[in-house]
Write a protein that binds this ligand. Structure first.
Ligand code: NAG
Ligand code: NAG
Ligand code: NAG
Length: 365
């Protein structure tokens, strides 16, 4: 039983890091880091297109409102909202020796619950399918989530399938086929590898520690967060960190591919290294958090430094709601045929693992 480690990115190596709760004190976030509207939104586009008649103006108002609510540079606000979003959630190789007998790959149930609570349905994405299957799956789902965990970022099945979906998403988004991707912890790290083509991470003392976010930029992601929650998130240690590896600001800034692709939304420090805790892509609906929003409402390991306050839980659902709203912009249809071929997670039973791992429940495959 390795609890500090099992929620994080342990598989890449490294033992012996003890948790450092209380190393970082909450810092006050001054007013200028209040989120502002994103630079790239194109509110004007829809207003000019349909000005003229009174009905047109009314419609423009409605569209304007929806752009402000779910705005992003790629979104065409004339697209209808898809209220039946299905998210593909990637499984990974079971990297805990003591759990392998339960299945060779897994998904932690907290990710499923988080997505479901925001109004999405989930299908597990298996890591051992023939490559052409992934393209078919891509065309029937509305978003892709890379969960946390502990497998190799270059050679695992998780890494291989992540690359397939990442490439498909870039291609689709460029053509106006909106498709969001979310990476949490290991998933965040995987995004840095996918975008830069390199492993640029460095060891930090960030296993099992909750931190407030140091906000940097205005963003799509935090644009609609309630003011009071934003303040709490920047002053109280709500975000659960379970990682040995981080992307330092130094390596991010030195890497042109990453710098051009991602807007850094928040950073944190382990006392030595300043690392990126949240980012979003400038031109794509791609989001990454090094921390674990899904743990606050759904993971209860007693020895872990996970906040269960009302605000921490609210942050988790804010993030889930944001991502699922992004998925609602995808027009892919999860047809009846798709449903037969790619069973929803409802077809699987989670196993209770609260006494043998950091996750209360896991799906094994
Ligand atoms: C930068 O990335 C390299 C790997 O390319 C890594 O060895 C190094 O520790 C990183 N440095 C920092 C400060 O993040
Ligand atoms: C926020 O940033 C400051 C300045 O870099 C740093 O000293 C502090 O530790 C950071 N806070 C957290 C919680 O990471
Ligand atoms: C964990 O709980 C399950 C279900 O209650 C039980 O079957 C199993 O023996 C327990 N394992 C340990 C190591 O306590």
């Amino acid at each position: 039983m390795q609890c500090g480690r099992s929620g994080g990115d342990s598989g890449r190596r490294s033992r012996g890091y003890r948790s450092l709760a209380a190393l970082c004190r909450p810092t006050h976030c001054p007013l200028p880091c209040r989120p502002r509207f994103i630079r790239r939104q194109r509110l004007l586009r829809c207003t000019t297109a349909i000005m003229g008649t009174a009905a047109g103006l009314l419609l423009a108002g409605v569209l304007l409102l929806s752009t402000r609510t779910w705005g992003s540079s790629l979104h065409n606000p004339r697209n209808p909202i898809n209220n039946m979003p299905v998210i593909g959630l990637l499984e990974q190789e079971t990297h805990f020796d003591e759990l392998v007998h339960l299945g060779h790959s897994y998904i932690a149930a907290s990710y499923v619950k988080t997505l479901e609570s925001a109004g999405a349905r989930v299908i597990p994405i298996r890591i051992n399918l023939p490559e052409e299957e992934y393209k078919k799956i891509f065309n029937v789902i509305n978003g892709f989530l890379l969960p946390g965990g502990g497998v190799d970022l270059q050679h695992s099945g998780y890494a291989k399938v992540a690359k397939i979906f990442y490439d498909l998403a870039l291609e689709a988004n460029k053509k106006g086929d909106y498709f969001p991707i979310w990476g949490t912890c290991l998933g965040f790290e995987q995004l840095t590898v996918l975008t830069s083509g390199e492993l640029l991470l460095t060891l930090t003392k960030t296993d099992d520690i909750s931190l407030p976010l140091n906000f940097t930029e205005s963003s799509k992601l935090f644009r609609n967060i309630p003011d009071s929650l934003y303040k709490t998130l920047s002053s109280k240690p709500l975000t659960a960190n379970f990682h040995f590896w981080s992307l330092s600001m130094q390596n991010f800034t030195a890497n042109e591919k990453l710098r051009k692709f991602y807007n850094v939304l928040s950073t944190n420090s382990d006392g030595v290294v300043e690392f990126i805790s949240t980012f979003e892509a400038y031109d794509y609906p791609i989001y990454g958090v090094q921390w674990h929003p899904e743990k606050n409402p759904f993971e209860w390991k007693k020895t872990s430094d996970i906040s269960h306050t009302a605000e921490a839980v609210q942050v988790a659902f804010y993030m889930a709601e944001f991502f699922v709203n992004e998925a609602r912009k995808s027009q892919h249809q999860f047809t009846d045929e798709a449903q037969t071929k790619y069973p929803l997670i409802y077809n699987y039973c989670p196993t209770y693992t609260g006494n043998i791992s950091c996750f209360e429940q896991m799906y094994f495959f």
